[in-house]
Design a protein around this ligand. Structure first.
Ligand code: PLP
Length: 411
């Protein structure tokens, strides 16, 4: 059996999404800028997708700009605001647990004269509204706090932070903008830009059963933003470059399905994730749930599809490889895509011990994960942990605490 529990890294494209995309690779391959009917049909398809994405987040169509993915959406939001408002101030507030698409962008801005405050988080992985409020300065132009974390699934208090931003604006700091990275929240919990009170919000298609290489940035009407790319006047002059029509059509269909099925998906994924955690906790000794373990108030502080666990006395990388050999795919905060051996900056920011970080594993479900798959994964996990614990020394190797350095990351 092959069980894919790495859906926070990426999800398979849904059959309906693929079907919607296919015509736009060949028979409907017009350039959406062309005047002829091929171009017009491509344009109409993009505008339909824009409606579908806008509906998912309760935005207006004109507020949605298609980009190449979550990374570009984050870059456009942060660099776009920094560049356009640098005369008003050069201070940015973010958190220590952001995705590198945000952290590395902020670091680059620090090198060009901006100052960035990286807010700490609680042991549950939550940013404190009070901390954010206390960090606001006269020269703050941007606050960027993610809606849900990609490693622990922790849901941040976005509405409360937006209220702090509104308060600051009413004190005369009108130039503060509020961005949230909703890449891991969309399709998992409600995302409503009006209710949340954000100015900018990032989305990525491949996390919601859409294609890779396409995303969107919500830009609240009236927000002044510099461009990243210069060229044609595509996307209402917000983002130059011939539109990725099949990708955008796929993102639109994926967004439409995510919206229509949101409550079903939340209920289903939450139930399976809780079943997974209950089984693991009752069958495997010395396991800790990272993030909010409380499932009595489901989904309040953790997205329903993520389970991040630390297995005492286990090296995450050995577990990852051993599970892969049994057909179970997950991911670990102790390894990363870039091959660095720096452990997860997110789990360290949550004040886990070095051993807990090294023994951590993220299991992430999708709308299509089945009960049988979860049961198989638990069986394999139980067997593998028992075997690894027999062959590895029970005394954890004491390592020095490593400084916060966002050089490694979980996708
Ligand atoms: C929270 C978060 N933001 C941004 C991204 C980047 O999105 P993309 O892969 O579309 O560039 C990811 C992907 O891992 C993510 O989890």
């Amino acid at each position: 059996m092959r069980v894919y529990l790495d859906n926070s890294a990426t999800t398979p494209v849904a059959a309906e999404v693929l079907e919607a995309m296919l015509p736009y690779f060949a028979e409907e391959a017009g350039n959406a800028q062309s005047v002829h009917s091929f171009g017009q049909r491509a344009r109409a398809a993009i505008e339909q997708a824009r409606r579908q994405v806008a509906d998912l987040i309760n935005a207006r169509e004109a507020e949605v700009v298609f980009v190449s993915g979550g990374t570009e959406a984050d870059n456009l939001a942060i660099r776009g605001i920094a560049q356009a408002h640098r005369e008003r101030g050069r201070h940015i507030i973010t958190s220590q647990i952001e995705h590198p698409a945000v952290l590395a962008t902020c670091e680059a801005l620090e090198r060009s004269g901006f100052s960035v405050t990286y807010c700490a988080v609680s042991h549950l992985g939550l940013v404190s509204v009070e901390d954010v409020r206390a960090c606001i300065r006269d020269d703050t132009i941007l606050i960027s706090i993610m809606q849900a974390n990609n490693e622990t699934g922790a849901i941040q208090p976005i509405e409360e932070i937006a209220r702090a931003v509104t308060e600051a604006r009413s004190r005369g700091l009108e130039h503060i903008h509020f961005h949230t990275d909703a890449v891991q929240a969309a399709g998992k919990i409600p995302v409503d830009v009006k209710r949340m009170g954000v100015d900018l919000l990032s989305l990525s298609a491949h996390k919601i059963h859409g294609p890779k290489g396409v995303g969107a940035l919500y830009i609240r009407k009236g927000t002044r933003l510099a461009k990243l790319l210069y060229g044609g006047r595509h996307e209402r002059d917000r983002r130059a470059g011939t539109e990725n029509v099949p990708g955008i059509v796929g993102m639109g269909r994926a967004a439409e399905m995510a919206r229509a099925q949101l409550s079903d998906r939340m209920e289903r994924m939450g139930r399976l994730r809780d079943h997974f955690e209950r089984q693991v906790m009752s069958r495997i000794p010395n396991v800790k749930i990272n993030g909010d373990p409380d499932t009595k108030i489901p989904f309040l502080r953790r997205v329903p599809n993520i389970s991040n666990l630390s297995f005492q006395g286990i090296e995450g990388e050995s577990l990852l490889i051993a599970l892969d050999l049994k057909g179970v795919a997950a991911s670990t905060g102790s390894a990363c895509a870039s091959g660095s051996l720096e452990p997860s900056h997110v789990l360290r920011a949550c004040k886990l011990t070095e051993e807990e970080v090294r023994g951590s594993m993220r299991f992430s479900l999708s709308a299509y994960t089945t009960h049988e798959e979860i049961d198989y994964a638990v069986d394999m996990l139980e067997e593998t942990i028992a075997r690894l614990r027999q062959i590895t020394p029970s005394e954890p190797v004491v390592r020095q605490r490593v400084r916060f350095r966002p050089s490694s990351f979980v996708l």
